[in-house]
Design a binder for this molecule. Structure first.
Ligand SMILES: *Cc1c(COP(=O)(O)O)cnc(C)c1O
Length: 353
């Protein structure tokens, strides 16, 4: 119904989240969640904090930022905590991009970037990735646009070296470069070490993937104090209580248990290697992923058909209809048991059984 809907959003095509079906239980490898539960101190912290739900949360997330700063080796004023990293991406687009500073990002990347650009009516350029789906760094050198790069990229899992990221940041001194590190804990190298060297670098991250908190919605931005101040201006103009009490308590507890989560990441990395080998043995081409998923295709079956057949067999993966990547499926790395089921079912499907 368009009768009351603002024309401002005529061009808006909303983001389509991965399926969260409730009809049956699946081996769920479609939305890059962690297969591991939160640590017990996280659930206990949430239980305790829930007794204070009559009170607003701390709009400054002070305790959470202090704990975060200690673990990440930054100053608490170089950090903003948000309701899922999607929120800080939206804030950053609002704060650092407009008609004079249009956006640039790869054509194959996180589907929310064009959505947030349209939502905020910011012009954007989608820069084609190379035939092998990797990003060509040269395309972003001195581009004079607000650059957004997911590193590792989604849904390819391909990682750009810190050196390449630095070149992009250094060559665009009049624009902010946003590096979305949602998957950095699975083998990449973070750009956080560069935030004091470059005042135009914003690194974003999330507790959704490596810290088993997708359902709690906790993300963050790291940059010099001035950029963080700009983001807070937007935050206080939209939703000052963006991080709720239970999520904040969960985040503090998760940071105290950082070793547990980093160990889980090691398990995922090992399971990724196992899955890559197993898929390759079945004749798949598997991109070299540094994320908690792999992007894979085979000549034997279309991407969509494999997705549908796997779903019938109780395994959910993510298929994108975009032309350049429609042959592929993005498969989240779960437990070894889950990956064994994936391989077993895939094998039967390929054999036509
Ligand atoms: C999952 C994801 C996010 C957002 O995660 P939140 O759950 O909103 O914290 C951001 N960027 C990329 C590339 C992602 O895959």
């Amino acid at each position: 119904m368009k009768k009351y809907f603002s024309e401002r959003y005529d061009e808006l095509v909303p983001y389509v989240p991965g399926e969260q079906p409730q009809d049956r239980s699946y081996v769920k490898l479609n939305t890059n969640e962690s297969p591991f539960p939160p640590s017990s101190s996280v659930t206990e912290a949430v239980r305790l904090e829930s007794q204070k739900l009559n009170l607003y949360s701390d709009p400054e997330s002070l305790e959470l930022r202090k704990q975060f700063a200690a673990v990440f080796g930054v100053d608490k004023d170089e950090v903003i905590m948000v309701n899922g990293s999607d929120e800080v991406l939206n804030f950053a687009f609002m704060a650092f991009a407009d008609e004079k500073r249009p956006l640039a990002f790869p054509d194959i990347t996180y589907g929310f970037y064009p959505v947030f650009a349209k939502l905020n009516r910011i012009p954007y350029t989608e820069i084609p990735v190379k035939d092998d789906l990797s990003i060509d760094v040269n395309d972003y050198i001195g581009i004079y646009k607000t650059v957004v790069i997911a590193n590792p990229n989604a849904p390819t899992g391909l990682f750009l070296s810190l050196d390449s990221i630095e070149k992009i940041v250094a060559s665009n001194p009049n624009n902010v470069v946003i590096v979305d590190e949602a998957y950095i804990d699975f083998g990449g190298q973070s750009a956080i070490s560069l935030i004091r060297k470059y005042d135009n670098l914003l690194v974003t991250g999330t507790f959704s993937k490596s810290r088993s908190m997708a359902g709690a919605r906790l993300g963050f931005g790291i940059a010099n104090k001035e950029l963080i101040g700009n983001l807070n201006t937007i935050r206080y103009s939209t939703n000052p209580y963006n991080v709720n009490r239970m999520t904040s308590a969960a985040g503090i507890a998760a940071l105290r248990d950082n070793d547990y989560y980093m160990d889980n990441c090691k398990t995922i990395i090992a399971n990724r290697a196992w899955t890559t080998d197993a898929l390759s043995a079945l004749g798949f081409e598997v991109l070299d992923s540094k994320a908690n998923f792999v992007f894979a295709r085979t000549d034997k079956l279309s991407g969509e058909q494999l997705y549908l057949n796997l779903k019938e067999n109780g395994v959910l993966v993510r298929h994108f209809k975009l032309d350049r990547i429609k042959d592929y499926n993005r498969i989240t790395i779960g437990t070894l048991d889950q990956m064994k089921t994936l391989i077993e079912k895939t094998k039967l499907i390929l054999e036509g059984k």
